[in-house]
Write a protein that binds this ligand. Structure first.
Ligand SMILES: C[S@@+](CC[C@H](N)C(=O)[O-])C[C@H]1O[C@@H](n2cnc3c(N)ncnc32)[C@H](O)[C@@H]1O
Length: 417
């Protein structure tokens, strides 16, 4: 810690808590008094030694370890707003036994506050450096009742099971069987989960025997889970010029003919416009998940900023814009956006197609956006259920099944057949 006083720390922490409270109120999910109290009590600077207090108490994640070669973040102390959301979704009560997968110390200290002296906190990480660091930070704060262990979270932690709650603080692709085995029936799992390339923080209730149902789904972003549960999607490049790369992220998606799609990208684009209008800062995450549910040949188009500048593509988001591969396998379309020609305050979704059937693909994408606008824009989130991977098709609930290693995830939008 540099140039710090207890008074500075307390004032900054109070300001941060006010910010988190305001953020949560803004999205219509008020922070619970219990989590607010925990945030007010745990000194975040103890988990970020050496950082200026102003940065410690900014509402942002702080990377604590990077991959030496690629610079990718491997570990961080998560952003308070995200942590607070996850703790609230978990509904941790005094006396609960909680497993945290992905350690750092800060969140474990907050959980310690929530479960009290009658509860149990176990925090595991696959990386011995992270556990060693968490141990050091926790022991300086008096939160020494946290049990830390170097374990691959894929296996949970049988020695301290069963748990009432499991909170995963790394981006997962599946729910391993160990979590179901170690969580009591009726217990909650809060996990950032990749669903066809999109990440949602799912609050899952364990309804027994490896069956789960989602109670909430929130936007979030986390470092990827590594170890036995690590999962990488295919990512063919349609243009691989350095600084101008255009790629397709294919997670749980189709096999594609990369050469044909590379050729398609070099062909003149065609644009179709939907009648779906949005305000400039309106979130589109529900539309993204809807499209990921209904499009079989689903992809996310990614682009370097240089590719957009060079007008190779005009996606709605460089890091992953909804796209579909056409039935001819040689054409594709992705979502685009423009300021509405007649309405200053509105933006209009459209789709850009490439390849021999690019126009049909773009029109299909527009039609699906239109369908979302009509039937789901103001409706509820989809029902999400997970069942064991060996569940036969005829025993699945209705909806789109996404097959993973341990589970089959089923998304069902009310009103869809
Ligand atoms: C975002 S950090 C955790 C932040 C932390 N909970 C905090 O208090 O702010 C994610 C952590 O997940 C860990 N991790 C990744 N894969 C894992 C796995 N299979 N098992 C356990 N930990 C894992 C990483 O090593 C990293 O330390």
């Amino acid at each position: 810690m540099t140039s710090t006083t207890t008074a500075d720390s307390t004032a900054l922490r109070e300001a941060l808590v006010r910010e988190v409270v305001a953020n949560r109120a803004h999205v219509g999910a008020p922070l619970s008094p219990a989590v607010e109290k925990a945030l007010s009590q745990v000194p975040r600077e103890a988990f970020l030694p050496g950082l200026e207090l102003s940065e410690v108490y900014a509402d942002q994640a702080v990377v604590t370890k990077r991959d030496a070669e690629r610079g990718v973040a491997l570990s961080s102390v998560s952003a308070p707003t995200v942590i607070a959301l996850m703790l609230d979704r978990a509904e941790i009560r005094p006396g609960h036994r909680v497993l945290e997968v992905g350690s750092g110390g800060y969140n474990a200290a907050l959980i310690r506050e929530l479960v009290g002296l009658d509860g149990q906190v176990t925090s595991i990480d696959i990386d011995p450096d992270v556990i060693e660091r968490a141990q050091r930070c926790l022991s300086g704060t008096g939160y020494d009742g946290v049990h830390l262990a170097v374990v691959d979270g894929e296996h949970g932690f049988a020695d301290r099971a069963p748990f009432d709650r499991i909170i995963v603080t790394a981006g997962a692709w599946d729910v391993p069987s160990a979590w179901a085995e170690q969580l009591v029936a009726g217990g909650r799992l809060v996990v950032p989960m990749r669903i066809r390339g999109l990440t949602r923080c799912l609050t899952l209730e364990h309804t027994g025997e490896g069956h789960w149902c989602a109670l909430a789904q929130d936007m979030c972003g986390f470092v990827r889970i590594t170890g036995a549960g690590e999962h990488w999607e295919d990512m063919p490049y349609l243009n691989d010029t350095d600084g101008q790369r255009v790629g397709l992220r294919l997670e749980d998606g189709p096999d594609v003919d990369t050469e044909a799609l590379r050729a398609a990208l070099t062909q003149e684009p065609v644009t179709a416009w939907s009648q779906v209008l949005v305000a400039y800062d309106e979130a589109t995450d529900a539309q993204d998940l809807w499209l990921a549910t209904v499009i079989d040949a689903w992809a996310l188009l990614t682009a370097d900023p240089g590719a957009v500048k060079a007008k190779l593509v005009k996606p709605t988001w460089n890091h992953g814009t909804p796209a579909l591969i056409a039935p001819d396998s040689a054409s594709f379309a992705y979502r685009t956006l423009r300021r509405h020609p007649d309405r200053e305050d509105r933006w209009q979704f459209g789709a850009i197609g490439h390849g021999p059937s690019g126009l049909a693909a773009a029109e299909r994408l527009c039609a699906l956006m239109q369908e979302w606008d009509r039937d789901h824009r103001n409706g509820p989130d989809p029902d999400i259920t997970l069942v064991p991977a060996d569940t036969p098709d005829d025993q699945l609930p209705p909806g789109r099944a996404v097959n993973k290693r341990h589970t089959r995830m089923v998304l069902h939008w009310t009103g869809t057949p």
